[in-house]
Design a protein around this ligand. Structure first.
Ligand code: G16
Length: 546
């Protein structure tokens, strides 16, 4: 090969030593994620891996995003973006895990092994795109990635601070030479905003829809980037940004609002029923909420967004005079009432897959139009190539009526608002705003489409969460032995009860989900299952109580 691998070890030893650390780290739900102090050597190694992976694709761009997304400020993370803007391929997650877990003095041979096994031409071009969130330790992590790329003589472009979905977009648009939009952050903002404005037209309000929204930026990059969007949106949507300067995700943001089912701190004074959104630290998930005139808080989460979008797209497709199969992909966290609504009212295909957008994305590719959302607000819509061809050929056809052409025009613009590479909080918001505007809906109207079952998510800390194993899209826990039977026993006591447990792939906890017909039952069920988990798996810290 034309690259001397000696530098790999030299850089590792001098700058980014793993040290005596032997804790096994896994490429989890969204890459490596842990306390930032533990991550620099991993970032260096991911720089190496991204460079090699880019050479595998003859120099196509590979992204490395430094972020711990919804996690607290002390954590950071690193994830790799594949050439099509998608998450890293499964087999390479294993390669990444192995690369991270060898000691420094075996790093050089491990790199050589990957190069040989994957038949990498180390003389080929390599391009690595780097981005980061606003955590104060992200720049140091970014430098470690840069050193990894340099050690293997790759090219790199450092985009600095941007949202995760922006980096996905930049990787993809670069690789398809602009066919999906102009490959700059500005190009991205313009693409979305132009489509949004054309759909909205000159009438900014409609029926119960008002064009004012409060935007909780989670003290992260989302708030910075929303200002850029605002400059281009002008008066078409009045978006007031708050939570821009504090600690990232602290008492605010989509994860806080969803998990605690309450409004974020820092929310400015406002009229009852005002539309509010919260995004997370890297702006790839979003939830809506409002407080009504009785002071009651209402949440509209990812399940709601999925159903709203699916309903809208199905009607639009019908009006276009074409036939396409739409499907919705959810996870076990989806509210039971949303799944019933999809089956019984929308009459749409619905699938359930394990947590992690990579799993949802993959499943959604099976439909002509795949709408996928996690309840926590992560998601997007993808349109197959043949779907896009069908739409554009129909819009050119002489047999298409003018009315149908108008619907086709709307559908094409709607596709332009959507980031198909990965869920994007801001793009999702512009899409939801478009739909609410078209329907003349307030959040109350939207909420009335179906009634959520009361539900809750708890965290339980245990000595080793890796002893937990699940199956059936995480709805059944097969290890520790006997746990599932005991959960089933508890669930049977409650009307419309459902509960499951799974190890988190981004935090050092086991997650417990429970839903039931009323809130008291939910709290009881969740507490009982949490106690079970704590007792059967060597709980750490305070024991959960009823
Ligand atoms: C990440 C993933 C999501 C997942 C979430 C929680 O979100 O991208 O798909 O739902 O972690 O995962 P877990 O329950 O395994 O900890 P984010 O926003 O943190 O990137």
């Amino acid at each position: 090969s034309s690259v001397d691998l000696r530098t790999v070890y030299a850089f590792a030893r001098e700058f980014h030593s793993k040290g005596p650390n032997i804790e096994k780290l896994l490429y989890g739900t969204a890459g490596f994620r842990t306390l930032h102090e533990k991550l620099e050597f991993i970032a260096f190694r991911m720089g190496l891996l991204a460079t090699i992976r880019s050479r595998k694709f003859g120099g196509q761009a590979i992204g490395v995003m430094i972020t711990a997304s919804h996690n607290p400020e002390c954590d950071n993370g690193v994830k790799i973006i594949d050439p099509k803007g998608e998450m890293l391929e499964r087999d390479w997650e294993t390669i990444a895990t192995d690369l991270v877990n060898v000691p420094d003095d075996r790093l050089e041979s491990e790199v050589a092994k990957i190069i040989a096994q994957e038949k990498i031409d180390m003389g080929a071009q390599s391009n690595v795109f780097i981005g980061m969130d606003t955590r104060y330790h992200s720049p140091a992590m970014g430098r470690a990635v840069v050193n990894g790329v340099r050690a293997l003589k790759g090219n790199l472009r450092d985009f600095g601070i941007l949202t995760t979905p922006m980096l996905h977009y930049l990787v993809y648009t670069h690789n398809v030479r602009g066919a999906y939009g102009f490959p700059t952050v500005d190009g991205y903002v313009s693409k979305l905003v132009n489509a949004f404005k054309r759909l909205r037209g000159d009438v900014y309000e409609n029926g119960n829809y008002k064009n004012f929204i409060l935007f909780d930026g989670a003290n992260g990059v989302g708030s910075l980037k929303m200002h850029e969007f605002n400059r281009q949106l002008g008066p078409s949507l009045e978006c007031q940004v708050f939570n821009s300067n504090g600690k990232i995700n602290h008492n605010c943001g989509a994860d806080f609002v969803k998990t605690n089912q309450r409004a974020p701190h820092g929310l400015p004074e406002h009229e009852p029923n005002t539309r509010c959104v919260s995004v997370d630290g890297d702006a790839d998930r979003i939830v809506y909420f409002f407080t009504d005139s009785d002071g009651v808080f209402h949440l509209l989460d990812g399940d709601r967004i999925a159903t709203l979008i699916a309903d809208y797209l199905m009607n639009l497709v019908k009006k276009c005079g074409i036939s396409l199969k739409l499907g919705i992909v959810q996870t076990a966290y989806a509210n039971g009432a949303s799944t019933d609504y999809i089956k019984q009212q929308l009459k749409v295909d619905v699938a359930c897959v394990p947590t992690g957008v990579k799993h949802l994305h993959h499943k959604a590719l099976e439909y002509d139009i795949g709408v996928y959302f996690e309840a926590n607000g992560h998601g997007t819509v993808i349109f197959s190539d043949s779907t896009k061809e069908k739409i554009s050929s129909a819009s050119r056809s002489n047999e298409t009526s003018n009315e149908q052409k108008e619907s086709l025009r709307k559908l094409l613009l709607t596709i332009d608002i959507i980031n198909e590479t990965v869920g994007d909080a801001i793009s999702d918001m512009l899409l939801v705003e478009t739909i609410l505007h078209a329907k003349g809906f307030s959040l109350k109207d939207w909420l009335a489409t179906y009634e959520d079952l009361p539900n809750t998510i708890k965290k339980v800390k245990v000595q080793d969460r890796n002893i937990f194993e699940t199956t059936d899209a995480e709805r059944v826990c097969v290890k520790p032995d006997g746990l599932q039977d005991k959960i089933d026993e508890l669930v049977r006591k409650y009307k419309r009860g459902r509960a499951f447990v799974r190890p988190s792939g981004t935090e050092d906890v086991v997650r417990v989900y429970a839903e039931a017909e009323n809130n008291d039952d939910v709290q009881l069920l969740a507490a009982e299952v949490s106690i079970l988990v704590y007792e059967m798996a060597n709980g750490v810290g305070e024991k959960p109580s009823i």
